[in-house]
Design a protein around this ligand. Structure first.
Ligand SMILES: Cc1cc2nc3c(=O)[nH]c(=O)nc-3n(C[C@H](O)[C@H](O)[C@H](O)COP(=O)(O)OP(=O)(O)OC[C@H]3O[C@@H](n4cnc5c(N)ncnc54)[C@H](O)[C@@H]3O)c2cc1C
Length: 348
């Protein structure tokens, strides 16, 4: 089959790109390796940019405050404005929107190989004028293009049910502690009464797996008592912490979202950037197709560089600092305000 666009990956980056291009009347195929959308994620989305929430996505809580704990458990509060979504329903709603715009999604069809305009996937092959790699942190498309594997944070998360109510229902909590989340942090996002998503990310290959670190935090840390409840929905995943790749456009191929390092190297947040990049990729692809000129795809790299280059470069600098402090609670205690976004020192 011939398509104008073939997208690898039905996460936020892939579905937003596919929807935009299909909406303009082009033939779009999305290849997704899994049988449905199920990216592991805390699902926090900040209201910092104007993204349109997909219909029928479940909002689990509104967040108005972030409480960041130092290793000694002193804390710092910061007002913010965001919400927590059920990530599977969120991604599924975006995928359905892409289908409703005319894109064809093939589930359980991982992209295997890519040569010129020919894409081989489990179960067949197809030809695309333009190809988008939106297949996440360990992108197959990026590796087929000869790109190196990105440095990643490895994460684990539970839904905890029947826990003690958190101090304030619209407050999420962030814990920095080298003993439980070396190189990263622990998050607690309230989702309704007596429930929370509790997870962590680590960047240091320590003596424990992220799963073991998380179990230890929930059962041994100074907040263990109020987190003792039923542990459900365990999930594990990874996100890129290397910052934006230098190259995002390779002839007729674009990298969008985590495949190109668009998640923030310190906070790990990547949904907003993935969707924003999907919109920009979509517009650039439509322009290239309208003009029958794939050299116009280079504009995607320029636009993304202008928009995300600076903030991601700053965050990468902070990540390098955090790497120096992360093994020691004493250093973390002293330097946390320099490396975490809710402190003024971060922006100085
Ligand atoms: C535990 C955890 C918690 C997180 N919490 C947050 C948060 O609260 N807020 C936030 O903003 N960000 C969070 N992130 C980061 C966020 O999930 C990502 O930045 C975001 O999902 C990137 O979107 P994407 O579409 O680029 O990639 P993904 O969402 O990873 O989607 C990639 C898709 O490609 C598919 N795929 C992979 N390989 C292939 C292949 N060969 N062929 C076809 N399909 C393939 C995958 O199955 C997947 O569906 C978290 C990440 C993790 C791991």
């Amino acid at each position: 089959m011939n398509y104008d666009l073939i997208v690898s990956g039905a996460g936020p980056a892939g579905s937003v790109t596919a929807a935009a291009v299909a909406q303009a009347g082009y033939r779009v195929l999305v290849l997704e390796k899994d049988s449905s959308c199920r990216s592991p994620c805390a699902g926090y989305i900040g209201n910092t940019i104007n993204i349109e929430l997909p219909r029928c996505c479940t909002i689990q809580s509104k967040i108005r405050k972030m409480r960041t704990y130092f290793p000694d458990m002193s804390f710092h509060d910061f007002q913010l404005n965001g919400f927590v979504v059920d990530r599977s329903s969120f991604d599924m709603a975006l995928a359905i929107a892409a289908e409703e715009s005319g894109a064809h999604i093939r589930w359980q069809s991982p992209l295997i190989d890519l040569t010129g305009d020919c894409v081989r996937f489990r179960g067949g092959e197809a030809f695309g004028t333009i190809i988008v790699g939106a297949d996440g942190v360990f992108s197959r498309v990026a590796s087929l293009l000869g790109e190196r594997r990105q440095r990643a944070a490895f994460c684990a998360q539970y839904h905890l049910r029947g826990i003690e109510p958190l101090p304030e229902p619209d407050t999420c909590e962030i814990f920095f502690d080298a003993d439980y989340a070396p190189g990263g942090y622990v998050w607690v996002y309230p989702i309704g009464h007596n429930s929370a998503k509790v997870g962590l990310g680590t960047t240091v290959a320590g003596s424990r797996s992220p799963h073991k670190y998380l179990d230890a935090f929930i059962s041994e840390s100074s907040v263990a008592e109020r987190l003792s409840g039923e542990r459900t929905k365990y999930m594990a995943g990874a996100l890129p912490i290397d910052g934006l790749r230098e190259k995002l456009c390779y002839g007729n191929v674009l990298l969008v979202g985590d495949s190109s390092g668009m998640a923030d190297p310190v906070t790990g947040a990547g949904i907003n950037n993935a969707m924003l990049a999907g919109e920009i990729a979509g517009k650039t692809i439509i322009n290239a197709l309208e003009n029958d000129d794939t050299t116009l795809l280079g504009q995607y790299e320029t636009r993304i560089g202008r928009l995300l280059g600076r903030p991601l470069a700053r965050s990468l600098e902070k990540r390098k600092k955090l790497d120096r402090y992360c093994a020691s609670n004493e250093l973390l205690q002293r330097h946390l305000p320099e490396v975490w976004v809710t402190f003024e020192e971060y922006w100085a």
